[in-house]
Design a protein around this ligand. Structure first.
Ligand code: NAD
Length: 498
């Protein structure tokens, strides 16, 4: 069985830990690869390679860095199909969706191609008599990224193009469930002319993560994954003096107002709940039907859900693939059971779905639960599967209160025909990313992506301007050239402008 290897210092290596993990094809339910699981030795080798590479790369001109970024952009663009196939085979999502995730990652690379503009400093001429002040930003050193299974290409691309464009070197610890795409990305960086050691990949699980968090050579950690691990990463990395941004889980609500175009809303909700089998941090998992909206919405929504074509990701007829592991399937079906036993009405039931020719695949069909109440586990838990829970609310006040009482604050949306309702919603919800008649409001790469509350720990959102700020630190220079003026202003009192 092929081994998925680490990429350290410009080449593949099996490492020395000897530990291995299985990588499945979720559509067949069969193991297809083994992945090397690194530990302290592999992380140390990668950090050493990245530290050595930083000596040169941290000094590389903006022009040189930009040329590498543009070449990398071209290579990723030329390889979208291959990258998407690898993602689909290990994650399970349909090919068009996998290509979409690479496309969104590509947009971050395009943003990073503008690094000379993004890193322009500031200059104040004659801040004091004969004195100029200027500010600019420098890279941090070795940065690490720890990423989830659900976007194995895009989420790492939220990080490494920006970090590397800023002059840092990078160690990526991808999800061990779908690790292979990171090896291809590493070789594309190399083909683009990135010096060896600037981008490294260490595969692994908690052992590799803990080695990163404890390594004194790592300056900053970017994490994306579930909330309990995000909280742990934030606490551990902060305790060891690292800069950290840790993006966590979500429970994204969509509010459907009675004045919305309900057939438009139903189609959008279905796509946002069941695309990628609901395994998106911006998936809509709770629909809040306001007042009379529910009665008209539910039949259309049920019909939309029931007609989603579920099948293997490689079949172009499939609209939705399997979930990632047998464990995920069991957990999701268990939560649907619990919702039913707690009184939710199962309007469309995806449990026990069998896909012809793929009977052992990890498939769960689209599921719609109506009459869900906030105390039910299907509402409180992040299901991370193709399950849409519909909650009823009497009015917009109740809908906003429901969202604001949720511990997560990643994304939310409102469907309405009223500008006043939309504006009130955008101002009053405690959530980082908001859609108005847009169900999955993932910001473009030139804005930053990030949630509030338990969906993000740390001060910076990811990519966009906040990504550049995260991967650099400011320096301010106050300068004068004494030959140009007399030194007579020397004084022991605190310097003030003259
Ligand atoms: P996860 O938290 O299980 O894993 C994320 C990373 O942490 C992986 O690299 C994994 O190897 C590592 N990890 C897992 N357990 C660990 C432990 N005990 N100690 C140290 N490291 C550990 O998340 P996942 O299941 O891969 O991904 C799904 C989750 O990610 C969902 O909660 C989803 O909402 C979230 N997510 C959030 C965003 C966002 O932008 N906020 C984006 C994508 C996914």
């Amino acid at each position: 069985m092929a081994l998925v290897e680490h990429w350290i210092g410009g080449g593949f290596t099996a490492g020395t830990s000897g530990r291995r993990g299985p990588v499945f094809n979720p559509a067949t339910g069969r193991q297809q690869h083994e992945v090397a699981l690194g530990g302290a030795a592999e992380v140390d080798a990668a950090v050493s390679a990245a530290t050595e590479a930083f000596e040169q790369w941290g000094q590389a001109s903006l022009s040189r860095r930009t040329k590498v970024l543009f070449a990398f952009r071209e290579l990723v663009n030329a390889n979208i199909g291959r990258l998407a196939e690898i993602v689909s085979d290990e994650h399970g999502k349909v090919l068009s969706d996998a290509a979409g995730e690479v496309q969104r990652g590509l947009e971050v690379i395009e943003f990073a191609c503008g690094i000379p503009q993004l890193l322009k400093g500031s200059f104040s001429d004659q801040a004091s008599t004969g004195v100029d002040v200027f500010g600019f930003r420098e890279p941090l050193g070795v940065c690490a990224g720890i990423t989830p299974f659900n976007f194995p290409a895009m989420v790492p691309m939220w990080m490494h193009p920006v970090a590397i464009a800023c002059g840092n070197t990078f160690v990526l610890k991808p999800s061990e469930r779908d690790p292979s795409v990171s090896g291809l990305v590493a070789s594309l960086w190399q083909q683009a002319g990135l010096p060896d050691g600037v981008f490294n990949v260490v595969h692994g699980d908690k052992a590799a993560v803990d080695a990163i968090l404890g390594h004194p050579g790592v300056a900053a950690v970017s994490f994306v994954g579930s909330t309990p691990i995000a909280r742990y990463i934030h606490e551990r990395a902060t305790a060891t003096g690292k800069r950290v941004q840790a993006l966590g889980g979500a429970k994204n609500h969509a509010v459907i107002m009675p004045d919305a175009d309900l057939s438009f809303a139903a189609a959008q909700l279905s796509a946002a709940a069941f695309g990628s089998a609901g395994e998106r941090c911006m998936a809509i998992s709770a629909a809040v039907a306001v007042g009379p909206a529910a009665e008209a919405l539910m039949p259309v929504l049920a019909q939309q859900a029931a007609t989603v074509v579920v099948g293997p990701g490689r079949d172009p007829r499939s609209e939705m693939g399997p979930v990632v592991t047998a464990g995920a399937k069991q957990r999701i079906e268990g939560l649907i059971d619990s919702g039913e036993s707690q009184g939710a009405k199962v309007l469309v039931d995806g449990r026990g779905l069998r896909v012809a020719g793929h009977e052992d695949g990890f498939f769960v069909g689209p599921t719609v639960l109506d009459q869900v109440r906030p105390e039910m586990a299907v509402y409180t838990e992040e299901i991370f599967g193709p399950v849409l829970s519909v909650v009823r609310a009497a009015g917009v006040d109740e809908a906003i209160a429901l969202i604001n009482s949720n511990p997560y604050g990643n994304g939310t949306a409102i469907f309405t025909g009223s500008g006043a309702a939309a504006r009130r919603f955008q101002r009053e919800v405690h959530v980082g990313m908001i859609g108005i008649n847009v169900p999955i409001p993932v910001p473009m790469a030139y804005y930053s992506f990030g949630g509030w509350k338990d969906s993000l720990f740390g001060a910076h959102h990811i990519h966009g301007p906040e990504g550049v700020a995260f991967y650099t630190r400011g320096k301010v220079v106050t300068s004068r050239w004494p030959a140009q003026q007399s030194m007579s202003d020397a004084s022991l009192h605190f310097p003030t402008a003259t």
